[in-house]
Design a protein around this ligand. Sequence first.
Ligand SMILES: Cc1cc2nc3c(=O)[nH]c(=O)nc-3n(C[C@H](O)[C@H](O)[C@H](O)COP(=O)(O)OP(=O)(O)OC[C@H]3O[C@@H](n4cnc5c(N)ncnc54)[C@H](O)[C@@H]3O)c2cc1C
Length: 380
Amino acid sequence: MANNKKTIAVIGAGLGGAAAARLLQQEGFCVDVYEQAPAFSRLGAGIHISSNAMYIFRKMGLEEALCKMGNHPDYWLNRDGETGEYISRIPLGEFAVKEYGAPYITVHRGDMHAAQIESLDQQRLYFGKELVDVQDSGDDVCLKFADGTEARADIVIGADGINSRIREKLLGQEEPIYGGTVAHRALIDGNKLKKYDLDFEDCIKWWTDDRHMMVYHTRPDKSEYYYVTGVPHEPWDFGNNAFVPSNQEELYEAFEGYHPIVQALVECTDHVTKWPLRYRNPLPIWSEGRMVMLGDACHPLRPHMAQGANMAVEDAAILTRCFLATGLDDYQTAFKIYEATRKDRATRVQQISTANTWFRTQEDPAWCYGYNVYEETLKG
Ligand SMILES: Cc1cc2nc3c(=O)[nH]c(=O)nc-3n(C[C@H](O)[C@H](O)[C@H](O)COP(=O)(O)OP(=O)(O)OC[C@H]3O[C@@H](n4cnc5c(N)ncnc54)[C@H](O)[C@@H]3O)c2cc1C
């Protein structure tokens, strides 16, 4: 039973923070959400939501909406970037529904996120609140924001992404690791592809040794196609920017010799951005005092398994279960159980993502996609 007198502050209304806030609010907890952005825009990017996270969107009451807005690929195909030869075919579609118990979709990230944000208690969602400092007195936590305002909470969930302030407070300042590759991201108008006598498959990753291009539809009517790459790149001064502009020439160069389908995608690219892919090694702690982290704040990874957001949503669901099991007064036990239950799985995904080996050969993803947080035994 939720303890309504205590308040939980979620820092960051990204994919993980919004999931945590929704799940906790549904259970009757008092949850305030503080997001640094003044508002969210429809960022040009797609995302995979696999069955393991779809179970949780079901619980949030969002499964139907997501399934309507996304595409349902029958397979995640993997092909040699130069010869076009199929390397592996991972069944999804009806197979995922039957074997894993929930659909697997590819969707526009902004559309999905908008649905998540709408599902929150709007009275308790605060935009333009960049957390700059946090003080845990032992009795409660004081949050300080860049606009000079303050707020208090009994529990703080750091869902503030790879450059988390909460992580910094608990573990000190440390830049994420740059792994030597960038992701180019572009959305392509599906109409532009009609002129080609080529088969633009629903969900496909084109591979050569040191680079790849992952491509998929983000809408059920296939009016929008999206690609995200992994390409070796010298570092630059990343500053506070998550991405910088890129251009068609850079893509032509990066994918020279690739299959005609990839060349067509580059030809149809109007607008493309470039994201340095950064990560951290597993952190020694996920919580301290009254503060706990989830998602990219505590296990940021390279995106090559398409599981980062799915892991953040799983974290949110397990953390909610832990609070329900212990009550908020015993938050220390809740945090302990949460980390014990989540760490192995999150670390495994982090390691495979970093190695970029997922589906490079035919393999069975049931351990990942068939995992149901609501059937998992809480550890500790
Ligand atoms: C190129 C690329 C492709 C990807 N593709 C996929 C995919 O297909 N599938 C998948 O599951 N994952 C994918 N990911 C990973 C996924 O985007 C992340 O793992 C996921 O967004 C993590 O969610 P999060 O809520 O932890 O962090 P974020 O989504 O980063 O959200 C953090 C939020 O906190 C806010 N914030 C930050 N600092 C503060 C502060 N000081 N005060 C207040 N608010 C703050 C931010 O504005 C943001 O809204 C991809 C990532 C990249 C880079």
